[in-house]
Ligand binder design. Structure first.
Ligand code: NCD
Length: 303
């Protein structure tokens, strides 16, 4: 039995197979409409979510399965003090697979170690968010036709943004990727990630100004400042509008640069950018359903 805690849990070859499956699901959805009949997905969300939880649920329903779960720790037995280990043992009696989001780093991993069903990390604190990364990679592959030879800018909250940490881990395995980390001093990538990049002799730079690097980017990954992970509101208020991608900045970008964002967006992308054909963040959401369908089928060994 396999779990998914980190995008590196799948080899590059396995990811290729997963993305091929997701592409086939996009083309032939009817072929997969009954694959999960009789199966149940549990979504255990101890932290807010719109896209991740609903796209998991949509994915399972599209496969003919059903869904149980909770979307708020306060409505689960966590409010009575139940541990994640106990909860997953209970959920294992009800469901065939579980997607779990938790504010504590490592909580889904603790659950996986006690579980008798596959557990998917749907975001653990400021740590990892592997299924967002699968979504991001599938989007890039579908729209650019490849996952190598890119200069990618990651902009915003690189310290607390788990989608950034997972995406950097995953992209680091493809050839000729140059990372441009764009953040205020206080929100730079964590030291452990910088060390990994150094150790593996990967090509990266850290800058503060978005404008200056726009012309050289093939991909721009914008992120929200993670208010819920700040220790004080004052710092958040000072940093929240540090970057605002607008039409003027987009004019400096390449004709074929793509703008991605895991969403939710707050102010970091002005709505005037939404109509730009290079803005693909809403397309990403659709790819997120296909890739989660492929993931559920893979972990349940139904392919
Ligand atoms: C992200 C998350 O939860 O980390 N959202 C998502 O799942 N698409 C990004 C964010 O909340 O900023």
């Amino acid at each position: 039995m396999r779990h998914l805690m980190n995008p590196l849990d799948f080899s590059v070859e396995e990811l290729d197979k997963l993305f091929d499956l997701a592409a086939d699901i996009e083309k032939n959805p009817e072929k997969y409409a009954h694959k999960c009949e009789g199966k149940k997905l549990a979504t255990c969300f101890y932290e807010p979510s719109t896209r991740t939880r609903l796209s998991f649920e949509t994915a399972m329903l599209n496969l003919g399965g059903s869904v149980i779960g909770f979307s708020d720790a306060g409505s689960s037995s966590a409010a009575k003090g139940e541990s994640v280990s106990d909860t997953i043992r209970v959920i294992s009696c009800f469901a065939d697979i579980c997607a779990m989001r938790h504010p504590k780093e490592g909580a889904p991993m603790v659950a996986a170690s006690r579980s008798s069903i596959p557990v998917i990390n749907a975001g653990d604190g400021g740590h990892q968010h592997p299924t967002q990364t699968l979504t991001d990679l599938l989007t890039i592959r579908a729209l650019k036709g490849r996952l190598d030879h890119f200069t990618i800018g990651l902009c915003g909250d690189l310290k607390f943004g788990r989608t950034v940490h997972s995406l950097v881990n995953a992209l680091a395995r493809y050839s000729d990727i140059h990372f441009v980390f764009i953040s205020p001093e206080e929100l730079r990538i964590p030291g452990y990630l910088r060390d990994t990049l150094w150790d593996r002799a990967l090509s990266f730079e850290e800058v503060i100004r978005l404008e200056d690097v726009m012309p050289k980017l093939d991909l721009l990954y914008m992120t929200r400042v993670q208010r819920e992970r700040f220790f004080n509101e004052e710092d958040y208020v000072r940093l929240k509008d540090f970057y605002i991608l607008n039409r003027a900045k987009m004019e400096r970008a390449r004709e074929d640069m793509l703008v991605l964002h895991p969403l939710p967006r707050v102010n970091e992308i002005s709505v005037e950018v939404d109509d730009d054909p290079r803005a693909v963040y809403f397309k990403q959401v659709q790819y997120g359903v296909y890739v989660r369908m492929a993931l559920i089928l893979t972990l349940l060994e139904l392919v």
